[in-house]
Ligand binder design. Sequence first.
Ligand SMILES: *Cc1c(COP(=O)(O)O)cnc(C)c1O
Length: 815
Amino acid sequence: MNYTIKQIADITNAQIIGDEDLIIKNIAFDSRIIYSTKNTAFIAINTHKNSGEKFIESAIDRGINVIISEHHYSQFENITWVIVENSVDFLQNLAKYHFENSHLKSVGITGSNGKTILKEWLYQCIWNEFSTVKSPKSFNSQIGLPLSLLQINDSHEIGIFEVGVSKPNEMEKLANIFHPKIGLLTHIGTAHLANFESEEELIDQKVKLFKDSEVIIFNGDNLLVDKKIRKLYSSKKLISYGLKENNQVHFKNNISKDENVVVKYFDEEISFPVQQKDEATLTNALALITILKELNIENHKIVEKINTLKAVEMRLEAIEGIKNNIIINDSFNLDLDSLKTALQFLNEYNKPKKSLVLTDIVGVNSNSKELYEEVSELVNEQKFDSVFLIGKEISSFSELFKSKTFTFIDTKELIDSKHITELENQLILLKGARKFEIEKLKDILELRKHDTVLEINLNAILHNINYHKSLLKPTTKMMAMVKANSYGLGSYEISEFLQHHHIDYLGVAFADEGVELRKKGITTPIIVMNPEQHSYETIIEYNLEPEIYSFRVLELFYEAVQKSGYDKKYPIHIKLETGMHRLGFKGFELESLSETLANKNVKVQSIFSHLSSADMPNEKEFTLNQLETFDKNSGYLIEKLGYTPIRHILNSSGITSYTNYQYDMVRIGIGMLGESPNSEIQKQLRSVVSFKTVISQISKVENGESIGYSRKYKTDHITKIATIPVGYADGIPRLIGNQVGNVGINKTLAPIVGSICMDMMMINVDNVPNVKEGDTVTIFNSKPSLKEFADYCNTITYEVLTSISPRVKRIYIKD
Ligand SMILES: *Cc1c(COP(=O)(O)O)cnc(C)c1O
């Protein structure tokens, strides 16, 4: 987009306070991920859950001088304000005008699953054929779609946008602002179905998007979809695809057997090899081919493009590097949009210095001077310490870059120069086109090289938190329990991410865990559940808040407060005993407690208790008893105190089963890691942790031989045995050896055979298709799931996670 403030105000009926001639090209909605302040306005979006107005100040701090908001705050100087009646309506109206006045060919993708992957695939297939714009990430909501549409500019020929609805009547609004020429309806599944009367209503909603489309491409495996679309839109060009043969686009051969698949596209046949043969991938491939045909891409090119897709990993990974660096590796493709996304990602880390490795942008036909000017502007705003440019073309524009800039012909030259290995305590972004193979730099910069990793998906954590939040009142606070190294996943990394996403409180078990977080820059309030006597001074010094569970602790801690010279009311948290019989004040102690508190210079920040059996439906009566005791005892204490601290009692399963008792705050733990005892809730959560390794060796073992220590397993036929480099020292209990547990290889479960060794174990891979050395092995994630793995171990998911040895490398990823 490219409008003056005056134009924007005219289009949307808004008021201007300030300079109406300023030009706006971007609208930022999240003050933390502003990657550029030039020609950028910040919009404070108000929803029923949250107000963006509290972030206006931080946007201004970052250098923004145009604010779009429902309210004017006059304390900020030299700011131009666009005052709107309703922030969401504003965005939608502006986006509608902008879209309707653009000239591109638009593709609108909706459906329950596969929207983002299809959008990304399509983009990868066409971005060097046409000038293409797409929704970032999975921006497909009432706010995400308009923001995506506003990215359109005059040079774009094709736009690919996702449209998502989760509730009835949302599609009307989105279809009003966006009318795609080509409509794509992917799989209709059960996501969000609960919010609709029936599957039929969900379909009716989704297909509204296509009312002005010329072509509708849809998954015809669902007969109801097929029937509806053919009836409603009989006058349009309709193309169905799917695994069933009645679709106009389907597979001709037996895909499970043959190496190559043959796609029947009307009368034509297109054949290509595939690696992943799960139904979702194959169905998505059919959709992709159908759109590419619709965009007149020739068959041989389609095959070429599909072949390059398979190596794609759609995510940025942050890896611990040598010399205390953090490496952000995004070395699979490079274009302006993905550069912007990567720069946004950088802002989520607080390292004092950062450096960038950037290659030529290949395969774009646009004017290279303009292109690199834009690139350098984006890069210069980030104030990198050093910039390393790789490639002839980008190097010729090195004077555009304001940081210390070095140029290299290829990646090897940079590696040989040793510059890159001298960096220390920095955030290093690797961003390059695939042909430059800058992932080689990653190999050099990575700290420990292990094939065994514990991968933690931060976006999945956020999804799970938001799911739990959606069950609560908007005003209910949330504490995240990050005790025991965040259930083994990494205390600082998880806390930093949660702080970034405005968690209200963090909970640790011991003072030193809290100290570590403070030292690394975590400023969110932290409660210490187990304040040990020797740690009181540290607690005070690092501004941590203790759980007070007995008179002894209260007296001793208060003594420490007085000694420290702290002169305000120290925040403490009172733990009540309600049935768990672990720690806490009992009912009969409360009168005396209230008198003791009255004489002390402390502030009861919260009163809380803990449920022992919220995850057990058959202990409901007991739990309700606990809740009742808590209500009574906390009520009594509040009355005596004369002020009202925060109250909280629900843990993760409490949130889902006893929502009515949320009080002012809840404490989430295992739920944010994607685990729930309730199978319906479990379906709504995303798996967070993936423990994987690779096969070191495969041997053909003769009949009658024994495997491993003590000869616990003997082959009864020629058996294929894989050895993997994880053992009980990594946290795999020995008791799941000898065919108790399984691991996942190529989507197949394979039994552990023989006794588990300290650093290795052996797997029977007779039944695993196409198995080879170097293949990835899933200890747990999806197959087997964390829960299934915990079942092998005869324990609970919590213990599995906290038992994984610190020597296993943790990697944090974002989708
Ligand atoms: C660990 C813990 C929680 C979180 O429990 P989950 O079952 O993981 O949700 C909540 N409250 C207290 C006091 C805890 O110690």
